[in-house]
Ligand binder design. Structure first.
Ligand code: FES
Length: 158
């Protein structure tokens, strides 16, 4: 079992709050993600068992949402939007800048274990392009200087 007793309890409590068990899938996945840092097939099965739904239902929800990484990532998951608005405003160079600065390829973990950079589709913040999401936070209207500052602040917080 990958889920801790605390996570299992939290998922059970969450499930009890909803009239339909399926409604607990996203909150349940969030609890699992917060514990482990990413999701995988085994976790889909464990979350499904605790909630009382099928593994397929949990897997479908998990794979739909980019907020749940599906492999081990750094402490900070940097998701760079590469969709049209961000693309027009320099998402490609933003991505290149980050990869070069952190010396990683997309999806890799930086040597210090802190950062993983991945491209994602529209995050719904198109008017503030180019933008990226780091874990749960949005960073918008980005420039190389802003990115440098963000990375420095994250390193200090790590
Ligand atoms: S195109 Fe980047 S947030 Fe929508």
């Amino acid at each position: 079992m990958i889920l801790s007793d605390d996570s299992v309890d939290a998922i059970k409590k969450t499930t009890a709050r909803y009239p339909h068990r399926k409604s607990a899938i996203l909150p349940g996945l969030t609890i699992a993600y917060r514990q482990v840092g990413h999701l995988n097939e085994d976790l889909y099965g464990e979350v499904a068992e605790v909630i009382g739904v099928s593994k397929n239902e949990v897997a479908s929800a998990a794979t739909f949402y980019t907020m749940f990484p599906k492999q081990k990532v750094g402490k900070y998951l940097i998701q760079v939007c590469v969709n049209i608005s961000c693309g027009l405003m320099g998402a490609e160079s933003l991505m290149e800048y980050l990869l070069k600065k952190l010396n990683v390829k997309p999806g890799e973990i930086s040597e210090d274990g802190l950062f993983t950079v991945v491209p994602v589709e529209c995050l719904g913040s198109c008017t503030t392009a180019p933008m990226m999401q780091v874990n749960q936070d949005f960073y918008e209207n980005l420039t190389p200087e802003k990115v440098d500052q963000i990375l420095e602040d994250l390193r200090k917080k790590a």
